[in-house]
Design a binder for this molecule. Structure first.
Ligand SMILES: Cc1cc2nc3c(=O)[nH]c(=O)nc-3n(C[C@H](O)[C@H](O)[C@H](O)COP(=O)(O)OP(=O)(O)OC[C@H]3O[C@@H](n4cnc5c(N)ncnc54)[C@H](O)[C@@H]3O)c2cc1C
Length: 382
């Protein structure tokens, strides 16, 4: 057993850290306040090879290993969850899914553009009446001559308004539940593909772009089908195995950012004639936070390592996502408290971490759903 990063992994970690601290973090507060995604970071992440980390170089990717990509997510997550969220959807859900399920033609057509950021990807699964229960989706597809025609509505679609390429899931036979679902790669300028901003203001991830997508007689060529007819559910779930690793690694980044902020504050804030870091309750908070973040990090690295070995990782990825997001949520809550009144204002970043982390416990399968995935694997199906 070797817990050391390889020289190449250390180099990618350092590069991601520099990018995150020097280019992402300085924009985070303003992006959050204005509710605007810092679009200039997209081509920059392309240049650095982050937009398609583990995708093979023949499709424009950087060919990095999964542990390295987890480090990229972690470092970006430490700076800004909206940017990390962009990446987990664009690369984790969209590019990886096309790489795993696409024909050679689809891979050569889409992956190089997604790798540079010339195209942005979004993943359209959730509907008003089908969130956790994916198989209950109401969007439909029917075959007509040389095309598939899509109808339905998707909500909460990250990158939805800025995407050029959408992975869309729709059912060809609703009675067949998950066996009726098909996956499609849809160019977002296809007639019948409409999008608008989600109503309301989000609790966190305020710089992310979240869209409602309306499909009205949206006609795509037969070549847009990803995988075989009826394989869409498997395609969607395999994408989540990639995406959840990104969420878990990003949560480690948020937890680490909370810890960094708390250590700094505990060293500098003085009350009762001494630094607050001298008080045992503050020390206990920081010790628990440290232990939780370290444990979460190891779970994330293990899941990434197993993925790199080509082993099945559904259970390990769910364990990593569940533990890391819960640990980071606890860390963020404690971090606000530890900062006192200052933690309650966006003068300090911990209030943004506190708002952002709630989303991690919801998207790509809530914490309850991760528990179901884990328990099903442990107990087995009857
Ligand atoms: C910031 C953000 C970004 C998102 N981005 C995307 C995106 O890019 N693409 C996309 O497709 N979706 C996206 N989503 C949607 C997200 O994946 C869903 O919100 C999530 O899967 C939960 O679905 P729901 O909101 O319909 O909740 P529901 O499924 O209605 O769940 C409501 C509650 O019931 C619980 N519950 C449901 N079923 C069970 C069960 N069997 N046992 C126990 N508890 C259960 C849930 O855990 C939850 O607490 C995003 C959401 C957010 C907040």
């Amino acid at each position: 057993m070797n817990f050391e990063l390889t020289p190449k992994q250390q180099q990618i970690q350092e590069q991601a850290r520099q990018f995150a601290q020097q280019e992402v973090a300085p924009l985070a507060r303003e992006a959050d306040e204005k509710g605007q995604f810092p679009m200039q970071l997209i081509p920059r992440m392309g240049e650095l090879g982050f937009l398609a980390g583990p995708i093979e170089p023949e499709y424009g990717g950087a060919g990095m290993d999964y542990p390295s990509f987890a480090l990229v997510y972690e470092e970006i997550g430490r700076a800004d969850s909206s940017v990390r969220g962009f990446l987990a959807v664009h690369a984790g859900l969209v590019s990886h899914c096309i790489r795993d399920w696409g024909t050679e033609e689809q891979k050569h057509h889409y992956l190089p553009r997604l790798a540079t950021g010339e195209s942005v990807g979004c993943y359209c699964l959730t509907e008003a009446n089908a969130g956790s229960d994916v198989a209950g989706m109401e969007s439909t597809t029917r075959e007509e001559d040389d095309a598939y025609v899509l109808n339905g509505e998707k909500i909460w679609i990250t990158n939805g308004n800025i995407a050029d390429v959408a992975l869309v899931f729709a059912s060809q036979d609703r009675a067949a539940r998950h066996r009726g679902i098909c996956a499609f790669i849809v160019d977002t300028d296809t007639p019948g593909f409409r999008r608008e901003a989600m109503p309301g203001q989000e609790l966190g991830h305020r710089a992310s772009d979240h869209a409602r997508i309306i499909l009205e007689e949206c006609r795509v060529p037969k070549s847009a089908l990803l995988g075989k007819p009826g394989q869409g559910f498997k395609v969607a779930m395999s994408a989540l195995d990639h995406g959840r690793l990104g969420v878990a690694a990003g949560a480690v980044g948020v937890g680490q950012a909370c810890l960094d902020a708390c250590v700094d504050f505990a060293r500098n804030r003085r009350q009762f004639g001494q630094r607050i870091g001298n008080f045992q309750m503050i020390q206990a908070t920081i010790a628990d936070m440290t232990a939780d973040i370290e444990a979460a990090r190891l779970l994330v690295y293990r899941a990434a390592w197993m993925k790199q070995q080509g082993l099945p990782t559904t259970r390990e990825t769910s364990i990593a996502k569940l533990f890391a997001t819960e640990a980071a949520a606890k860390a963020a809550s404690e971090a606000v408290l530890l900062h006192g009144g200052r933690g309650y204002s966006n003068e300090y970043p911990v209030e943004r971490y506190y708002r952002d982390i709630k989303g991690f416990q919801i998207y790509e399968g809530t914490s309850y759903i991760q528990r179901i995935v884990i328990a099903r694997d442990v107990i087995g199906r009857e």
